[in-house]
Design a protein around this ligand. Sequence first.
Ligand SMILES: [Zn+2]
Length: 408
Amino acid sequence: MIEALHAMADSQNTTIKTFEYRIRPNKKFIAACEKALDDSRFIYNCALEQRIRVYNACGKTISFYEQSRQLTVARNELPELKGVLRTIQSDALERLNEAFDAFFLRLKRGEKPGFPRFKSRDRYHTFSQKYEKVRPCPINGDKLTVPGVGTCRVRLSRPVEGRCKQLRITRRADGWYALLACEIPKPAPLAKTGETVGVDVGIRSFATLSTGEEIANPRHLKQAAGQLAREQRRLARKVKGSQNRGKARGKVALRHLRVQRARKHFHYEEAAKLVERFDRIAVEDLNIRGMVKNRRLAKAILDVAWGQFFAITKSKAENAGRTFERVNPRYTSQTCSNCGHRQKMPLAIRVYECEKCGFVCDRDHNAAINLDTVRPSGPKLDACGERKRSKKQEHDGSYQSEPQRGGD
Ligand SMILES: [Zn+2]
């Protein structure tokens, strides 16, 4: 959703920043939000059903625009649809469309994505609306006005900046939140430092830099993950539909939220440090790594966290006039960063000792240096995340003929 807003940003000189506020609970307002959630979910599920029906009948995918057009017709015929703000319904259609886009993109990449599913109350927590230029900011002082829903007070943790383009209301384990995606002027680029860095993410330490520094995996996150697993096991033992299960479920959800928050905070901090210090930040393109069958589950979990870290770093880098690049990680572990020689590096071997030139280096450090230096050999990613082959690679076929790097 935010990506789309970025594309919508009026010019190259603006960027989208999201401001988040906790809503002070107020029975009437919360009830109205619950209803808006149901209204949004209703459209989402109907549109999903329609997509499935049309596909089964004629093998075609019905587009967002077609569904949007039909929504207009349906609103004129059904008063209960007309009673809900159009923009809340449109955003639900858009969200479904994004779910399908993501599904097809992953299919194309050869992954096995889950088909977009019908949403129950337990799986639908956000409704949103677009803000046209003429509309005033939804937050005035500490008062939040949600058109078609109502008003409430928020905890004004910081002032809103720029012009609000989208308002999202979301329910979390510890309460309701308002998120304002605002268009703000792009900050002035940071002064060049003349330094570049390669970042090798891992399991032992969160990341190893080509400078030799390590970013440790934060202890508190590991600890919290352990507690979370324990509470999840406890939840699994509770009788379905019982009150105790409901309570246990709430606990797990709250713990999840705290772990997510702590992790995100950590990612923001580390990303800020990197962007501050380096003109160019190179990381490995995890999509290729993700296909490695080894330790699939662990990878999948960690991938999400790394993906978030990269996304945050990318956006911070772009706003600061820095370069962020994803590099093909093939052979970064096996190649000597000193002489370019390639040798087998089973996972258990933690130190790279070059057979040819005698260079000795920590395994992850060596990989990070390669990410920083052997950049031109990797395929570039374009804006949509699609992999593009360079002319040369297409020519000599090296892209296809390179075997999959095993192990890591
Ligand atoms: Zn060497």
